[in-house]
Design a protein around this ligand. Structure first.
Ligand SMILES: Cc1cc2nc3c(=O)[nH]c(=O)nc-3n(C[C@H](O)[C@H](O)[C@H](O)COP(=O)(O)OP(=O)(O)OC[C@H]3O[C@@H](n4cnc5c(N)ncnc54)[C@H](O)[C@@H]3O)c2cc1C
Ligand code: FES
Length: 372
């Protein structure tokens, strides 16, 4: 580690794009040690943090009866040159505990340091879900949240393909909305077909904006209202967009729907044209017993059942572990299993002592120890 990295070590993880900002923050961290600079910075402005990304919710705007857009003003260190289609992590303090989830950005990135220094996410309240309902109906403007930097591979190439197909269902429209808004802002034109499914017309997020894109000739829009017309299947996709196999396709929706698309594209020999994002963890029938999870480096333990992930277990007892998507996509959460066995929540695959495991999709199969 060079002198610069050593000096900036206390603010590692929230590095700003401009190197001089990192140096100033690092100096603040050193001057205020042993108290953390956040203890002082927070008093001046709750968005100033040398340790973590934060944001303030400036608006909660209803989209449909059960969804809302959250406009967030990020604090220091947030990079606005994310790619449309990427997601952020958002952490909200509920009953004394930070609860994290991932949400696709619905805003268009601002590369040019323009005036609009906000981002947005759009959340659908999930029945029996823990955080989404609170974000849609219980979050007040002014709330300070924690943020994890934008990431994800569900993005468009540059230059854009000549023919694009988007297939979305429900809240799966969110990453595509960021792509469309970005294309509009950049005045990028290409041949775009969007097939969107929702139970009824009233459940379509961004309905007016999509209609505007359609009337301006930016997209060809097909809406499938599943309560009246049933779910989309191979034949319907064929009817709505006969050249689907030739198009580069980005699809986002429930796992069963995405898996069906995967099979359709595979059978057509077009699997490399299909790019998929799933929002929901597929919880297979794994039958793990749960047990005591020991976090060796922090000397903490958590008792868990066979449905709680190791990441959730750590968060319950205040162990900070690395994470990104929280559903098995990104590999950010991999740690070493130093004792015992765990199972993959999605398919039951067992991992044993010595292996590196993804904590966000692993559950304890008896007592186990993690090297964190
Ligand atoms: C990359 C990415 C992008 C995303 N983007 C968006 C977006 O733009 N908009 C959006 O609305 N959502 C998005 N999501 C989904 C979002 O992260 C949350 O998963 C969603 O909001 C539900 O959170 P929740 O806390 O309400 O539900 P959770 O409490 O996490 O529960 C989710 C579901 O799992 C079930 N469940 C939870 N715990 C258990 C258990 N122990 N046993 C069995 N079942 C259980 C619940 O019943 C519920 O149906 C995205 C997810 C990812 C990974
Ligand atoms: S957090 Fe992304 S794979 Fe676990």
């Amino acid at each position: 580690m060079g002198w610069r990295e050593r000096f900036e070590d206390p603010v590692r993880g929230v590095a700003a794009r401009h190197p001089s900002v990192n140096v100033i923050r690092a100096a603040a961290a050193r001057i205020t040690t042993p108290l953390l600079p956040d203890d002082y910075l927070h008093l001046i402005n709750p968005l100033w943090s040398a340790r973590e990304l934060r944001g303030k919710v400036v608006q909660v705007r209803p989209e449909t009866a059960d969804s809302a857009t959250l406009v967030i003003k990020p604090g220091w260190g947030f990079s606005f040159d994310y790619q449309p289609g990427q997601y952020i992590g958002i952490g909200v303090l509920i009953e004394g505990r930070w609860t994290w989830r991932s949400y696709s950005l619905t805003s268009a990135p601002v590369h040019d340091g323009g005036a609009d220094k906000t981002i947005s996410i759009t959340v659908k309240a999930m029945p029996e879900g823990f955080l989404s309902e609170h974000l849609v109906t219980g979050l007040r403007p002014g709330t300070v949240v924690r943020l994890a930097a934008p990431q994800g591979e569900f993005v468009l190439p540059d230059p854009l393909p000549a023919k694009l197909l988007f297939i979305t269902a429900g809240s799966g429209i969110t990453p595509i909305m960021s792509m469309l808004r970005t294309m509009e802002r950049r005045r990028q034109h290409t041949d775009i077909v969007l097939i969107h499914s929702a139970p009824t017309a009233l459940d379509v997020m961004f309905a007016e904006e999509l209609e505007r894109f359609e009337s301006q000739g930016m997209i060809i829009l097909h809406r499938q209202f599943t309560r009246a017309a049933g779910k989309l299947d191979d034949a319907k996709i064929d009817e709505l967009c006969p050249d689907w196999a030739e198009r580069q396709t980005w699809a986002c929706g429930p796992p069963a729907f995405m898996n069906a698309l995967g099979r359709q594209w595979e059978q057509a020999g077009a699997a490399d044209h299909l790019h998929i994002e799933k929002f929901v963890l597929e919880r297979g029938a794994v039958g793990a017993a749960g047990g005591t999870v020991t976090f060796a480096a922090t000397d903490r333990t958590a008792e868990v059942d066979g449905a709680t992930t190791l990441l959730e277990a750590g968060e319950r007892v205040g162990v900070q572990m690395p994470f990104g998507c929280r559903m098995g996509i990104c590999q950010s959460c991999v740690v070493t299993l130093s004792k015992g066995a765990v199972r993959d929540l999605r398919n039951g695959a067992e991992h044993v002592e010595g292996e590196r495991v993804q904590t966000c999709i692993s559950i304890a199969a008896g007592d186990c120890t993690l090297d964190v």
